[in-house]
Write a protein that binds this ligand. Structure first.
Ligand SMILES: *Cc1c(COP(=O)(O)O)cnc(C)c1O
Length: 431
């Protein structure tokens, strides 16, 4: 396998772009080597600049639930683009997408579109603060919500209750507005609310945390968040940027049947274009400008091409059995690999939720439901595994903490080939 063109492109890129990347997760820092320049995607496959072909499980980090270059999305986006890329006015595409989401999602009554997941969460938190007239928020260690200042925060050291910034450039006074708690820990959550409940505007969680491994939560814990938020007048925000339209049309809210006050979306909702969104009941959403006092705006929000693509994508997702088939395929794929690692006693098992999977470098008895549960002793095996997978024609995100995604374009045959590539690569990595 040759990477000559990728290497040349990367050499050029680092002269003009920091580390050659426009998002740090694209760098190969954790696995070594140069990032691979992808040139074409079709269905479950990617081709790089050197012509190497891969079965893709990165799926652009989640948006591509129909696979690459889905004909419905291409047709819808092309048709919209032919009439103009943007008008800066209201347009019928945004009405159609809003209607499609709201009418098929029990947990929101109104929605507003933005251009990224980060913006969606930022706007949702501002809305919660405006609604409750409180400033502080709670987030959980191991959840990612985009790169807003006051969300780039880790738990304070020692007995400190309020957060510490996890990035240079974030003022401590911003980080102090955020309390960071461990996932799936009812006791710490209840104690924190007993002490600070009346200062908290919002509890923000990825109900299916999928940005730092796949740290599945007990339904009971999510229900506790719901109940306690009611008790203290706090808004519960489900950040469904990954899980929304991924584990079901209604995301984790629908799956667990728990009603958040605000939902945030991104990734799948744009069908591969830059779209984010947030939705809630009308009483909350109507606090947004120009109706209400909470300001929020965007030059390219509701962009016609992106709205058309998003609607085409979601219409496919709404078809009968779409999610059932996707999850069933994924279960079969995951089981093949897990049977292999168990039989050979390799310290690796795949954790699955719907069409999301994660490589947990421990045996299956060691479950991870909080960031601190993640077994790290064997995680350095990810590096050889990643490169063996590439050599066997499989592309996954270049970090052990990233999840993989199965799309509608991954046929059972393609998944069988991929499972075989995984087993061979795993054997080589641990061998
Ligand atoms: C990806 C993601 C974000 C950030 O979305 P961007 O579009 O990258 O800004 C926020 N929250 C969650 C849960 C995500 O997975």
């Amino acid at each position: 396998m040759q990477f000559k063109k990728s290497e040349a492109l990367y050499k050029e890129a680092v002269r003009y772009i920091p580390a050659g990347v426009n998002s740090p997760v694209r760098a190969f820092k954790a696995v070594g080597g140069n990032p691979i320049y992808m040139e074409k995607g079709e269905g479950a496959y990617l081709w790089d600049a050197d012509g190497n072909q891969y079965i893709d499980f990165c799926a652009s980090w989640g948006p591509l639930i129909l696979g690459h270059n889905a004909p419905e999305i291409v047709a819808a986006a092309t048709e919209a683009l032919a009439k103009g890329a943007t008008f800066g006015t209201v347009n019928h595409y945004e009405v159609a997408l809003a209607q499609l989401v709201v009418e098929n999602h029990r947990f929101i009554e109104k929605i507003r579109f933005v251009s990224s997941g980060t913006e969606a969460v930022m706007s949702a938190v501002r809305l919660a603060r405006g609604f409750t007239q409180r400033d502080k928020i709670i987030k959980f260690e191991g959840c990612y919500h985009g790169h807003v200042d006051y969300l780039l925060v880790k738990a304070g050291s020692g007995l400190a209750t309020f957060g510490e910034s996890s990035s240079a450039g974030v003022p401590q006074s911003f980080a102090e507005q955020t309390l960071v708690l461990p996932l799936n820990d009812a006791e710490t959550f209840e104690k924190t609310l007993a002490a600070h409940g009346n200062e908290i505007a919002a509890v923000l969680i990825e109900p299916i945390p999928a940005n730092n491994g796949l740290l599945l939560q007990d339904r009971q814990f999510l229900q506790l968040l719901r109940d306690k938020c009611n008790e203290y007048g706090i808004l519960l925000i489900f950040d469904e940027v990954i899980s929304g339209f991924r584990v079901g049309f209604e995301g984790a809210a629908g799956l667990y049947n728990i009603t958040p006050d605000i939902c945030t979306f991104g990734k799948i909702i744009g069908g591969g274009f830059p779209v984010g969104a947030f939705g809630a009941r009308a009483e909350i959403m109507d606090m947004l400008a120009p109706l209400g006092a909470v300001y929020q705006a965007g030059t390219l929000s509701g962009n016609p091409v992106a709205m058309a693509a998003g609607a085409a994508c979601l219409r496919k997702c709404l078809q009968n059995d779409f999610y059932i088939q996707l999850a069933a395929k994924t279960t079969h794929f995951v089981q093949q690999i897990n049977d292999f690692t168990a039989k050979n006693k390799f310290p690796l098992h795949l954790v699955q939720m719907g069409s999301i999977f994660w490589l947990n470098f421990s045996d299956a008895s060691q479950e991870a439901h909080a960031a601190s549960d993640i077994a790290t002793e064997k995680i350095n095996y990810f590096k050889p595994l990643f490169h063996h997978l590439l050599a066997h024609g499989v592309y996954i995100g270049p970090s052990a903490y990233e999840v993989g995604f199965v799309s509608a374009a991954h046929t059972p045959e393609i998944l069988a080939t991929a499972a075989d590539a995984f087993c061979k690569s795993i054997a080589l990595s641990f061998g």
